[in-house]
Design a binder for this molecule. Sequence first.
Ligand SMILES: NC(=O)c1ccc[n+]([C@@H]2O[C@H](COP(=O)([O-])OP(=O)(O)OC[C@H]3O[C@@H](n4cnc5c(N)ncnc54)[C@H](OP(=O)(O)O)[C@@H]3O)[C@@H](O)[C@H]2O)c1
Length: 312
Amino acid sequence: MRRRDFVKTPLIVAGAAMVGKAGLVSGLLGAGMAHATQRAGVPDIALNNGMKIPQLGLGTWTLRENATACVRAAIESGYRLFDTAQMYGNEKQVWEGIKQSGIARKDVFITSKISTNSMRNPPQRDSIDKSIELLGGEYIDLFMIHWPVKDRIQETWVTMEEYVRKGLIKSIGFSNFNPHHIETLLKYAKVKPVLNQIEIHPYHTQEPNVAATRGYGIAVESWSPLAQGKVMSDGAILGIGKKHNKSAAQVTLRWHIQRGLVVIPRSKNPKHIAENIGIFDFELSRDDMAAISGLNRSERVIPGADPDNFSW
Ligand SMILES: NC(=O)c1ccc[n+]([C@@H]2O[C@H](COP(=O)([O-])OP(=O)(O)OC[C@H]3O[C@@H](n4cnc5c(N)ncnc54)[C@H](OP(=O)(O)O)[C@@H]3O)[C@@H](O)[C@H]2O)c1
């Protein structure tokens, strides 16, 4: 497919479609209609290849053996999206949680990412095969390039496309891509990238990258959506929470949702896991949204996590 075809692809990033008149999320609950209650009202975002991704999921970075229990708790609370990566070393434990929960494979959406190390050490197929095996042996819903490793992106992307053709990976995307990385990739990509997972939270709102990514018809997902816990003590966010009778975590996650972003908060605490999905019964006002966006200071939570200059 040519680059301009990507650009023309209508992206139904569902921000506008999600919030109904009453401010409650109606969403695009596809086959999961019967799961509506269990999913705690989590809407889907339409991807450019016809797939749908739940708009809220569980992040699993730093979870190890406890990932299994966290995933189980999350499924009980209504989560259906799980984000892991080769670099997290917990794909097996994440899958174990899904398996133990007894939920059908088709009812969960699993995302994983190829590590920078695997990108630098071809054949990348070995590590991709291993991810598929660790994640249940059937398929991965979305597989991403974790970081834009210089001079290794094209070979990795072309390899990932092979897996899409074989049906072993349903969709492919990337993480930590700036617009210039996307522009270059689109010149040779034959399979459309569906999503860019980037750092977004109230202290790093990333409006330009979000707009540019969407301009290519690619959905955007927020990593470290709670600024790794920093938002919890923010006076402005706590103040907005008081008005709505919601916690700082809930207000912040709702801000991501109303921006139309996919969001993947991480927690090892079952109470927080349940709290973080309780965000589909209230709506932030335009002023609330602007006040939270106004906290931006373009501050990264991980030192050195600059997509154009990282050391891992
Ligand atoms: N692609 C990338 O390069 C990249 C980079 C970083 C992260 N990610 C992904 O994004 C996910 C989320 O980011 P993150 O893990 O960096 O951090 P995060 O989700 O922004 O914050 C996690 C922190 O917030 C706390 N927390 C969560 N819910 C809470 C609540 N309701 N009340 C109080 N504290 C709460 C957690 O503590 P408790 O455990 O005690 O609840 C934990 O310390 C990752 O797990 C990973 O899947 C991707």
